[in-house]
Design a protein around this ligand. Structure first.
Ligand SMILES: Nc1ncnc2c1ncn2[C@@H]1O[C@H](COP(=O)(O)OP(=O)(O)O)[C@@H](O)[C@H]1O
Ligand SMILES: CC(=O)N[C@@H](CCC(=O)OP(=O)(O)O)C(=O)O
Length: 247
């Protein structure tokens, strides 16, 4: 699909600039379909803390029991998504809020129920419905999925964005985060290919939240997404992950 997917982390929702909205406007005017996949992790952790529900993460993934799942749905669909939609509306951009249950948009499967509880990855997307929805508005999609038997699953937002990009063969995937790109010795690495990622993980240059982000990104380029950009601003080049190096 002629599609650009942008993942916006929970922190990034509060740091969107005028340039961000201008870029979205330019893409829409050029006839591109745009899908935003939002996070909300810091907000989920904050509410869990206020409710005395312990936060447990393994490999950057939230271990999600019944109470945490209920809380995650409430925060993502009741706070993070409307917040982003408000910003888009204020910028004069037509947008629609979406979740897995709308026209079975996202079907998911458990990652490892024993280890993570109600955590999933995306196994299929209702491409026809999504394509129609994105014809005349920007889509704003929450990182949740429904299994075929109707269980809700919490999905890491980087994984959700990369899964959807892979399944729809999006042209480009942007992972907006709180750093200007993948850093080595304090400098942004401008271009990476999958082998570099493996090496930088072994060398402990890529750690913490950057590791699941890049693993998801590598899967997306292997599946045919032309480029994945990791940056703090749509208008900054950041780090580009490509399947093969170009000069
Ligand atoms: N090589 C690296 N370059 C940049 N950031 C890195 C690197 N290794 C680990 N990180 C960490 O990864 C973080 C980004 O991942 P994460 O916190 O999960 O972001 P988000 O919430 O936007 O998904 C950075 O803030 C940084 O602390
Ligand atoms: C399973 C899992 O880890 N889900 C994430 C979904 C939100 C997310 O990823 O938000 P950020 O991008 O803001 O971190 C979570 O519960 O935090």
């Amino acid at each position: 699909m002629n599609l650009i997917i942008v993942k916006i982390g929970g922190n990034a929702i509060h740091q969107l600039t005028a340039e961000f909205f201008e870029q979205l406007r330019d893409w829409r005017q050029a006839g591109k379909k745009v899908l935003l996949i939002h996070g909300g992790g810091p907000q989920i952790s904050k509410l869990a803390d206020q409710l005395d529900i312990p936060t447990k993460k393994q490999n950057g993934i939230r271990v999600t029991d019944d109470a945490t799942l209920a809380l995650s749905k409430m925060v993502l669909l009741g706070d993070s998504q409307p917040e982003l939609l408000t910003r888009l509306s204020q910028a004069g951009l037509a947008a629609v809020g979406l979740n897995a249950a709308d026209q079975k948009l996202l079907v998911g499967k458990f990652v490892d129920q024993q280890q993570y509880g109600f955590v999933g990855s995306i196994s299929s997307v209702n491409e026809l419905a999504l394509s129609r929805l994105l014809a005349d508005q920007i889509g704003v999609l929450a990182p949740l999925a429904l299994t075929v038997s109707g269980d809700w699953l919490n999905v890491n937002a980087d994984t959700a964005a990369a899964d959807v990009a892979r399944l729809l063969k999006a042209n480009q995937l942007y992972l907006l985060t709180d750093v200007p790109g993948v850093l080595k010795n304090g400098h942004v690495i401008s271009q990476l290919v999958p082998q570099d990622v493996t090496q930088l993980i072994e060398e402990n240059v890529i750690t913490a939240g950057m590791q699941p982000k890049l693993s998801a990104a590598v899967k997306a380029v292997h599946a045919g997404v032309q480029a994945v950009r990791i940056t703090d601003q749509l208008t900054h080049p950041g780090t580009t992950l490509l399947q093969e190096a170009i000069d």
